[in-house]
Design a protein around this ligand. Structure first.
Ligand SMILES: C[S@@+](CC[C@H](N)C(=O)[O-])C[C@H]1O[C@@H](n2cnc3c(N)ncnc32)[C@H](O)[C@@H]1O
Length: 383
């Protein structure tokens, strides 16, 4: 009785100590975590491809905007800002330039033409509303638009907070196959990686689903051919005999004049001779070189079972929504690869506008797994 009382007391003491150690450890971990988040914003942003990165704090966002603005004002350009005067004042301080920023509360207040416009707002819905207003205003539509959204703090807050799955744990006996893995690995032996593995999974499932739908496979935006090669090789391996047309400049991104799309100018350089050699073994494949808002006209009478739209710009996506979609067969699928990518606000604006006006004719689906957006053309009876 006496011994057990002593043991219980000791146990209690130990437990208390263990709790203390646990507490100290927890505090240590918290401090570590906090010190990570407290790294200097500029340091944290260095050497990263900023456009595609998520930002962590208000400070980082502001420094990011300053990094965009500084070279513009230092180059002697006048810079228009849309947003709040307090943020503009902080930005002005960070840029530390004598040239003062021209601040406007709303797009409709802008009374002069600018080469560059910066959006001092990070809520995605607000940014997209401003971008839309800029596109619709003849005074602002050609100005390069600069923004950085905080998508993490918006639409998928509950996903980030509550999601317990590691995405690779999802399983389907139909689609988690060695065949897919082999195909993807093989693609990387012949072509530079560009089509991410999640996109490839989504794309090839879509292809499988239109096997019996009339029409060919059309890709708008092929670049160095990764997704095009996956589509071509999948058709061979799975015995799908559909024509496959790949549309691209196959040289560089077309020169864009709309401000929102200007960020793509002078990117996506391609060696067309190499691409031609790569697709030589595939008899069903044709490469259509040039701006497809021109080259597609020749193919408008051809039925489409699957369209992959991977062309980044508002201009091109808006064109395809109006001129390519009528050729899609009922039950056919259209995939918008760039839809979910934060910088591709133009793709979202074009697609969302279209879906709002045409929801009766299409089923629509946003895949958080890959960021792709899918439209399926309804049959006449609406199914
Ligand atoms: C993101 S890349 C495509 C990536 C490709 N699907 C892959 O998996 O490698 C976008 C491509 O679209 C092309 N593009 C964009 N707008 C175009 C247009 N109007 N006409 C032709 N090509 C265009 C660009 O030149 C670029 O090569």
């Amino acid at each position: 009785m006496v011994i057990s009382t002593v043991l219980r007391k000791l146990e209690g003491k130990l437990a208390k100590n263990v709790t203390d150690i646990g507490l100290i450890f927890a505090v240590f971990m918290l401090r570590e975590k906090l010190s990570i988040n407290k790294r200097k914003p500029m340091e944290a942003l260095q050497n990263r491809n900023l456009t595609w990165q998520q930002l962590f704090s208000e400070d980082e966002w502001l420094h990011f905007m300053a990094r965009i603005c500084k070279p513009i004002v230092e180059g002697g350009q006048e810079l228009a800002c849309i947003g709040d005067m307090h943020i503009a004042a902080k930005l002005q301080k960070l840029i530390s330039s004598k040239t003062s920023l021209s601040l406007y509360a709303r797009v409709s207040d802008i009374d002069a033409a600018f080469n560059d416009i910066v959006i001092l707002e990070k809520d995605p819905k607000k940014v997209e509303a401003i971008v839309k207003a800029l596109l619709e205003n003849s005074l602002t539509m050609s100005a390069s638009v600069h923004f950085k959204m905080d998508v993490k703090g918006c639409a998928n807050r509950s996903l980030a907070k509550h999601d317990i799955f590691k995405n690779i744990d999802f399983y389907s006996s139909r689609y988690n196959s060695q065949e897919f893995d082999n195909l993807y690995e093989d693609s990387l032996k012949v072509v530079e990686k560009k089509c991410q593995v999640r996109d490839a999974q989504f794309l090839l499932q879509a292809l499988e689903n239109v096997r019996y739908v009339d029409g060919g496979i059309f890709e708008f935006g092929s670049y160095r051919g990764h997704s095009g090669w996956l589509l071509s090789e999948y058709c061979v391996r799975k015995g799908i005999s559909k024509p496959l047309r790949l549309f691209d400049m196959f040289s560089h991104f077309p020169e864009e004049s709309l401000g929102l799309d200007k960020m793509w100018n002078d990117t996506h350089f391609v060696d067309f001779e190499h691409i031609k050699t790569m697709f030589l073994p595939y008899q069903n494949v044709s490469l259509v070189q040039g701006d497809f808002t021109e080259t597609y006209k020749k193919y408008r009478n051809e039925a489409i079972a699957l369209a992959l739209v991977d062309c980044d710009s508002y201009r091109a996506v808006d064109y395809l929504l109006h001129f390519m979609l009528p050729s899609v067969t009922e039950g056919g699928i259209i995939l918008f690869e760039d839809y979910g990518h934060e910088p591709c606000a133009g793709v979202r604006i074009a697609v969302d506008d279209f879906v709002q006006k045409n929801s009766r004719n299409y089923k629509s689906f946003f895949c958080a797994y890959s960021g792709m957006f899918m439209l399926i053309k309804n049959t006449v009876d609406g199914c």
